[in-house]
Structures are given as C-alpha cells and as structure tokens.
Design a protein around this ligand. Structure first.
Ligand SMILES: [Zn+2]
Length: 137
C-alpha cells in the first residue's frame, strides 16, 4: 500500500461519505478544509493524472460523474453544477490520484456551495449523501 490518501479511502482504511460505488470508481463527499462538500469521483486504481487514464477508466469515471450529477440534480435541484479536474501542484492539487470534482453552484459567478447549508458539517454530509444514494438506487 502506498501513502496515497485516496488509495486508503478506496481500501476503506480512511472513512469517507460514499455516494456511489461501482467496479472501477468511488464517489464520496470531501470533508477537507479546502473543498467542503464537493463530491469527488475517483478511479479505484491509483492513476496519478488524466494522462495516465486508460480508455476504460476514463469512460468509467465520466459515466459515474454523470450519474452522480443527475442524482444531485434530482435530490437538490441546484441552479448549476460544475465539473472540474485539476492536475498537479500548480493547479492547487494536494492529492495526486485522478479524480473529478462535482460542485453544485450557487450562481453563475460564484463557486459557493448550494447544499442546504454552506460548508456543511460532517453529519450533514451523511444526510446529503443518503439523499444522493437514494436517487442512484
Ligand atoms: Zn492513490
């Protein structure tokens, strides 16, 4: 096992609020200080960045992201939803394991979260994740 935080989440050695799981991907709520409440969609395999994705992994991650995005829309109906990916330290990444961010938007200008509360605490994330999971069942 390497020191990658996301690999430890995949192995369930670090707890995470999971919203979706399939053979190749895991989607979970970010409880970090930087991105509270983002839904992260990650490859189960340790792939450092987009350049390392095999075609099947790319398809799996984007398919999972689309499914989770639809479930967020069905659960919370945010005015918008952004999806982004960043590579490397210059882009502000601190974990080097490929993942997408799903970010419900408050408005066209802001990156503010539109969950029912801003910067939701962990117990709220569990509640939101359960609502998303219910749409995916
Ligand atoms: Zn990893």
């Amino acid at each position: 096992m390497n020191d990658c935080v996301f690999c430890k989440i995949m192995a369930r050695q670090i707890p995470a609020t999971v919203v979706h799981e399939d053979e190749a991907t895991l989607a979970f709520m970010d409880v970090g200080q930087v991105n509270p409440g983002h839904v992260l969609v990650a490859c189960k395999a340790h792939v450092e960045n987009v350049y390392g994705l095999e075609d099947a992994q790319a398809a799996a991650v984007f398919r999972a992201a689309a499914r989770v995005a639809r479930a967020i829309r069905a659960s919370f109906n945010p005015p918008g939803l952004s999806i982004y990916q960043a590579n490397g330290k210059p882009a502000g990444q601190t974990v080097f394991h490929f993942h997408l961010h799903l970010l419900p938007r408050h408005d066209a200008d802001g990156m503010q979260l539109v969950w029912p509360v801003k910067n939701p605490p962990r117990e709220k994330l569990e509640e939101y994740a359960a609502r998303i999971r219910a749409q995916l069942a």
